[in-house]
Design a protein around this ligand. Structure first.
Ligand code: GLU
Length: 298
């Protein structure tokens, strides 16, 4: 573990936040590598957070497996690893603040109710039309809690994609912060944790690009700082789907991590290095990432 505040600067704090739903695959390795390289190229701090909030999806043993594989690649958290399953008090406190600010409402809609409400809209959309916001549930029990989103446009600058603008009402709808099964939603947890860990730079997969405006909206509502964002390209399977356990991603080959890291680097647009060891690979990759960042900001 590298001491914080010594060699590594607090001006940059990055993180990798895997969900322990299976072993590391090529896509998650590429994301981990990108966030680590970005932190090291900035002489920053790099953290690992295990996003194990969605208990039904957690695969026992996979957090350990992910951490072991990362450690064998030299990717180790600079501070103690945070587990979201141990942070529910912080999520509850943020939820209460939003509730007291009048931003939340209880929603009694079942999945089927939501589907029919969506289908009943004139425009073709998949956005919840706010049925329970307009007509608060009286008879049916509340299942989930949603946050009321504004009609204004919200924009941010992603370091790769550039300016991204969304109208949350049109593009996301009132989204769930507390699920019908009582679990805290990812959007709430990620915002609370990024702030608690004083993350300055989020580097993650491009599938989360369109979640970012929702997260920035929550940061603003909770008066939390907004980090910089860099969304890196996803590794896709041959049929063009994001690698995941559901799309049949195979775990990274832990018998040849150097080859896996080289593939991840190529995917991220770094040159082929052909190093002899993981340590050498990491040194070359940090240098290449730093040169690329300097070129991009020139
Ligand atoms: N836990 C999420 C995942 O594994 C990543 C969340 C994030 O980086 O914000 O896809």
């Amino acid at each position: 573990m590298t001491p914080v505040g010594g060699q590594h600067s607090d001006r940059y704090r990055g993180r990798f936040a895997p969900s322990p739903t299976g072993p590391l695959h090529a896509g998650s390795l590429a994301t981990a590598l990108a966030s680590w390289l970005d932190a090291r190229a900035a002489d920053g701090v790099w953290l690992i957070r295990i996003e194990d909030l969605d208990a039904p999806r957690v695969v026992p043993g996979s957090a350990r497996q992910i951490l072991d594989t990362l450690a064998r690649c030299g990717l180790e958290s600079d501070e103690p690893i945070v587990l979201q399953s141990e942070r529910t008090d912080a999520y509850r406190a943020a939820f209460t603040r939003l509730h007291e600010a009048g931003l939340l409402y209880g929603c009694a809609c079942s999945r089927k109710d939501v589907e029919s409400a969506i289908a009943a809209q004139a425009a073709s959309t998949s956005i919840y039309p706010g049925t329970c916001a307009r007509r608060p549930p009286r008879v049916k029990p509340i299942r989930a809690y949603r946050v009321r989103v504004p009609a204004d446009e919200l924009s941010f600058v992603d370091r790769a994609a550039g300016r991204i603008a969304q109208n949350l009402q049109r593009d996301a709808g009132d989204f769930i912060l507390k699920r019908a099964d009582g679990l805290w939603a990812y959007q709430l947890a990620v915002v609370v944790d990024d702030a608690a860990q004083r993350i300055t730079d989020v580097v993650r997969g491009a599938d989360l690009l369109d979640n970012t405006p929702r997260q920035i909206f929550l940061q603003q509502a909770l008066r939390l700082p907004t980090p910089r964002y860099l969304h890196v390209p996803l590794v896709l399977n041959p049929t063009g789907e994001k690698l995941s356990k559901q799309s049949g991603a195979t775990p990274v080959d832990t018998t040849n991590l150097l080859a896996e890291l080289n593939r991840a680097a190529l995917h991220l647009g770094l040159p082929a290095f052909g190093p002899h060891s993981i340590k050498e690979f990491m040194q070359l990759a940090v240098k290449a990432w730093r040169q690329r960042s300097t070129r991009q900001s020139a």
